[in-house]
Design a protein around this ligand. Structure first.
Ligand code: NAG
Ligand code: NAG
Ligand code: NAG
Ligand code: NAG
Length: 433
């Protein structure tokens, strides 16, 4: 008898409640945010809405950052701010082990019985104390072609940092958004909130680029779906954190790929291959970074690659001139011809898991025009003992779509979209909601 009643009760619920639920819970398949490039710092910025009432906050895009952190000392007003209580699930998700009190509060960032993390400013490589907290965040969903309905995540986890941590960041910015491989990285939190695949894609531009959370399509005007024809390569985990401050034993949240060799004009450059793999101290290897404006190569790699480039350029009558900081290798623009893929200069290939899998860098991503007469190779010398041997920087990423699949630990990259007659600035941001 009891079980029959129970069954009836269940069917009653399903019948009357489910239609209502279905109506209310619009579940986006993907989300989209715009990205702009700050002309003076060369940082890539994005805007999301946070707090109650909503405030658009500008933050620096930190591809390998662990989570969102924002300045809470200045102008943080929100009725939905909730600090994470000591020993709560939120604290452990954030990787916080301590427990603290704060005496000049209560206010966002200063509450008793809360846990703290060490948010990092990866531009200046400094860290500060940060109260773990939750607040509402909203952004636009997308069908991959246009932005659609606005969706909200009511309890988005982030760290509340002091104003001083903003030093070195672009004007008007209030923090950094971490897209790293971390439990509370932006991609992980959004895919958990809406139950979509743990994938995201970035497409940076010298003007206005775009970031997608979730799977493709990722369509750019006039109708190019950049999620088609991606080349895939495994992502590697560096067992040692590369963050400015981190709990002992934490792996890096940054995205490492396996560059096995480098070719200039399709000819292999001789390199010390030990530097290309990550050793047990976490040193070496290749990572992708949006906070480095230009690719940085360890000194011996820099020397080998630039010598090969200078020689191949000379064979095209492209003559070297004095360097212009931060670049050491510059050329007279006189014999440099323009093409659809940028300056016609020797290509640079990052060869990956096999000879047929490579990331080819054409002139549009290798040459920086510093004046009408001079163009420089947009790579910088990373010095002789860098933590990471090759740091692929923002300029080399522009107009290339990169899709990170956290579930399969795989990177998909397009060749330059310029070759497909579009750019990362061509997402149609007109809403079709
Ligand atoms: C934290 O607790 C101390 C005493 O235990 C109190 O003096 C202080 O005002 C409290 N601070 C906040 C932010 O509530
Ligand atoms: C190659 O690099 C490793 C790591 O820095 C170094 O220990 C080794 O001496 C280098 N080998 C050569 C031949 O320079
Ligand atoms: C380079 O310049 C020399 C002399 O002016 C000329 O003979 C040669 O054809 C040029 N080579 C190329 C690749 O333009
Ligand atoms: C951009 O999308 C809007 C909304 O769907 C559409 O009306 C418009 O024609 C699109 N723009 C272009 C250039 O296709």
């Amino acid at each position: 008898m009891a079980s029959l009643q129970y069954l009836l009760f269940i069917s009653f619920l399903v019948f009357f409640v489910a239609p209502g639920l279905a109506q209310q819970s619009f579940r986006p398949k993907a989300l989209v945010v715009p990205v702009s490039k700050d002309a003076s710092t060369l940082q890539y910025l994005t805007t999301i809405n946070q707090r109650t009432p909503f405030v658009p906050i500008r933050v620096v895009v930190d591809l390998g950052g662990r989570y969102l952190w924002v300045d809470c000392e200045r102008d943080y007003v929100s009725s939905t701010y909730r600090p994470a209580r000591c020993s709560s699930a939120q604290c452990s998700l954030a990787g916080a082990n301590g427990c603290g009190d704060c005496f000049d509060g209560p206010r966002p960032g200063c509450n008793n019985n809360t846990c703290a993390v060490g948010p990092g400013n990866t531009v200046t490589n400094t860290a500060g104390p940060g109260e773990v907290a939750q607040d509402v965040v909203s952004l636009q969903s997308t069908d991959g072609r246009n932005p659609g309905r606005v969706v909200t995540v009511p309890r988005f986890l982030f760290a509340c940092a002091p104003t001083s941590l903003l030093q070195g960041l672009a004007n008007g910015v209030v923090g950094m958004a971490g897209f790293g491989r971390y439990r509370i990285g932006l991609p992980s939190q959004f895919s958990a909130a809406f139950s979509f695949r743990r994938k995201f894609a970035i497409c940076l531009s010298s003007a206005n680029g775009v970031i997608f959370f979730g799977d493709g399509p990722y369509v750019f005007l006039p109708g190019v779906d950049a999620s088609e024809s991606l080349t895939f390569t495994p992502l590697f985990i560096n067992p040692i954190s590369t963050a400015p401050s981190f709990p002992l034993g934490e792996p890096s949240a940054e995205y490492f790929i396996g560059v096995k060799s480098i070719k200039v004009n399709e000819k292999p450059v001789s390199l010390n291959t030990t530097l290309l793999s990550i050793n047990s101290e976490g040193v070496g290897g290749t990572k992708i970074s949006t906070v480095n404006p230009y690719t940085a190569l360890e000194a011996s790699i820099f020397k080998a690659v630039t010598e090969a480039f200078i020689n191949e350029a000379a064979a095209r009558n492209i003559t070297r001139v004095a360097g212009v900081a931060p670049f050491e290798v510059c050329f007279s623009s006189r014999n440099i011809v323009g093409t659809r893929l940028g300056a016609a200069v020797p290509s640079i290939d990052l060869v990956l898991q096999n000879e047929n899998t490579f990331w080819r860098i054409f002139g549009a991503n290798s040459m920086v025009e510093v004046s009408r007469e001079v163009s420089c190779l947009g790579f910088v010398n990373g010095g002789s003992n860098p933590m990471t041997s090759i740091v692929i920087g923002g300029y080399q990423l522009e107009d290339t779509l990169l899709q990170f699949d956290l579930a399969t630990s795989r990177l998909g990259f397009s060749s330059t979209l310029l070759g497909r007659q579009t750019t990362c600035a061509n997402f149609n941001f007109t809403s079709n909601a």
